[in-house]
Design a protein around this ligand. Sequence first.
Ligand code: SF4
Ligand code: SF4
Length: 180
Amino acid sequence: MAEKKKRIVKNIRIDVDKCNGCRACEIICASQHAQPRHSSTNPARARVRVIREPLSDIYVPVFAGEYTAAECAGRDKYIIDGKEYEECAFCRASCPSRDIFKEPDSDLPLKCDMCESDPTVEEPLCVQWCLADALIYEEREEEGVEEAKAEEVDEGLEALANQHGWDKVMDAMNRMGKKA
Ligand code: SF4
Ligand code: SF4
């Protein structure tokens, strides 16, 4: 039978009303991820960017999420306090349509890793450096997805092979491996 595993879900709660746009979160993140570590504070390397509208006193930290190889066809536009923001301004993806969340030297996509570094940090560094308490770190335990046992995988593969032949199954697995 399949086994369920517990997993820890890490979460940063963003209290936009408390953010004052100081950008300390960007600076410490960029510094933590510079090579060698702390050799640069270029905010373009940060996995968090603060969308700023100082005249309206609006500051919104946005964390880098998943990489997407292609631009999406559906775009979001936000209007806050009467100000219309650029298309995709609050999107978390590292995407070909814009420069944000890309390593400036290599163009490689950036993603927030919750500071899973070596040595490990007690709390994400942006949270530690946010003196306005706009970023709050939370952890919770959740039931994970079911993990199939090895013998179940074997049985599934054998059934597929009986139906389609081993060559086709191996071919499909090779293609999937290349995409990963
Ligand atoms: S450190 Fe905190 S207050 Fe400063 S910009 Fe980042 S989230 Fe906002
Ligand atoms: S949690 Fe760590 S990696 Fe993610 S944005 Fe904050 S400082 Fe950067």
